[in-house]
Design a protein around this ligand. Structure first.
Ligand SMILES: Cc1cc2nc3c(=O)[nH]c(=O)nc-3n(C[C@H](O)[C@H](O)[C@H](O)COP(=O)(O)OP(=O)(O)OC[C@H]3O[C@@H](n4cnc5c(N)ncnc54)[C@H](O)[C@@H]3O)c2cc1C
Length: 373
């Protein structure tokens, strides 16, 4: 793992990302944090050294995301989507785009989910038609993190001519005909700008295609899904770590003055804290084992990639439910610092592949069935 860059991530996370976290939760994109991460070389962590990047791998970006998530899950999810896109760009984008990513001058994201096929991201309904020298896009994307702040989208459509379910494109955010019709105003991850995007007869060059026509599904499943799932797991783990620490701080420092005791003196409270600690540590252990499985090409790597996101998302919802209960009425106030995490932790369950889709895939894998038969 690249130790120096993790120290840099730690500095930016404990500095500007922490300072901006509450402002970000008011619905503001974490521009200062993202710029600081770009300037420090962190957004180029996955870019290879031959284009000026750090040459890191899945473990490096996952650890970076986990550290950022301990301060601000909105920022961590913007970074997650950036690296999920960069994993594709590194393989298929032109050199100048990869160089801009490495320099921290290109913020990537995924524009996969659509109003029509919803969480079934592998089956876009949006179209790409070849007309003379250009490709014409029409689409209704339902959510794209950093929609109004990304440089370009890793974008899915139906294939132009080939067999298959989808084709991927690199679509610059400023492409005429591409627009964000309404801003994101969500329950959690309020700063991550996960707005819809519409394309109306937007023209891009055929060279903007990422991979072959019709290759989108295999790129999504083989490249995007492992990176996205593992980093989402890291966001959940980071949220749980901070929730547990803040809950412990609250119950050990808050007194029932009339009884000369602390909240932590109640055995039921300590049992709840124990469950929080246990679930956090179990999710972290699963995350680390997933990285190990992927790096070593273990036969259970695909299963672990599917399990880790589902397990950590559910654990994070449970841990944050417990944090709200254990910290009592005080938890409803912002100063205790768990209610933002409670809202943020819900998102991973419904971000695709959603927990219920993952249960379906894990069940099929466990029963020896084809995942997409
Ligand atoms: C904060 C946030 C950020 C996001 N960022 C991005 C992004 O950057 N890029 C992007 O492309 N998308 C993004 N998304 C979209 C996300 O990935 C999902 O596509 C979206 O949340 C699904 O919502 P929906 O209402 O369409 O779900 P629906 O598809 O309507 O699902 C409704 C329910 O049905 C369940 N369900 C669906 N299919 C099955 C099945 N086969 N078996 C069992 N249960 C099933 C789901 O689990 C869910 O519980 C984001 C979403 C959120 C909330």
């Amino acid at each position: 793992m690249l130790e120096n860059i993790q120290n840099t991530v730690d500095q930016v996370a404990s500095g500007v990302v922490r300072e901006q976290a509450n402002k970000t939760d008011e619905g503001n994109f974490p521009r200062a944090g993202i710029d600081a991460l770009g300037k420090a070389g962190v957004l180029g962590l996955l870019s290879s050294k031959d284009v000026g990047g750090q040459g890191g791998g899945m473990r490096d970006v996952t650890m970076a995301v986990e550290r950022i998530a301990r301060e601000c899950a909105s920022t961590a999810m913007v970074v997650t989507m950036h690296f999920s896109g960069v994993a594709v760009l590194e393989q298929f984008a032109p050199r100048e785009v990869r160089q801009a990513v490495a320099k921290g001058e290109h913020l990537s994201t995924l524009a996969l989910s659509e109003a029509g096929s919803r969480s079934h991201f592998w089956a876009p309904l949006s179209t790409a038609e070849k007309k003379n020298d250009v490709v014409v896009l029409n689409a209704k994307k339902s959510f794209s993190t950093a929609a109004s702040n990304a440089t370009a989208y890793v974008w899915s459509s139906k294939p132009v001519a080939a067999e298959g379910l989808s084709t991927l494109w690199l679509v610059p955010a400023k492409t005429p005909g591409v627009r964000v019709p309404s801003p994101f105003n969500g329950l959690g991850l309020r700063g991550n700008d996960s707005a819809p995007i519409v394309a109306e007869n937007a023209q891009i060059p055929e060279a903007a295609r990422l991979g072959k026509d019709g290759q989108g599904m295999s790129i999504m499943l083989e490249i995007v899904l492992p990176f996205f799932n593992v980093m989402s797991t890291a966001v959940s783990v980071g949220l749980m770590e901070t929730a547990t620490a803040r809950t412990v701080a609250h119950v050990t420092q808050t007194s029932f003055e009339h009884a000369n005791s602390k909240i932590a003196d109640l055995p039921t409270i300590r049992a709840y804290v124990a469950r929080m600690r246990l679930k956090t540590d179990m999710a972290r252990a699963l995350l680390l084992d997933t990285l190990d499985a992927v790096e070593k090409g273990r036969p259970d790597a695909v299963l672990r990639v599917l399990e880790s996101k589902a397990g950590a998302a559910e654990a994070a919802s449970d841990v944050l439910d417990l944090a709200m209960r254990v910290c009592g009425g005080a938890a409803f106030r912002k100063d205790v610092g768990v209610e933002r995490l409670f809202r943020d932790a819900r998102a991973s369950t419904v971000m695709s592949p959603t927990t219920d889709l993952l249960y379906e895939f894990i069940g099929k894998a466990a029963c020896g069935m084809e995942l997409f038969a």
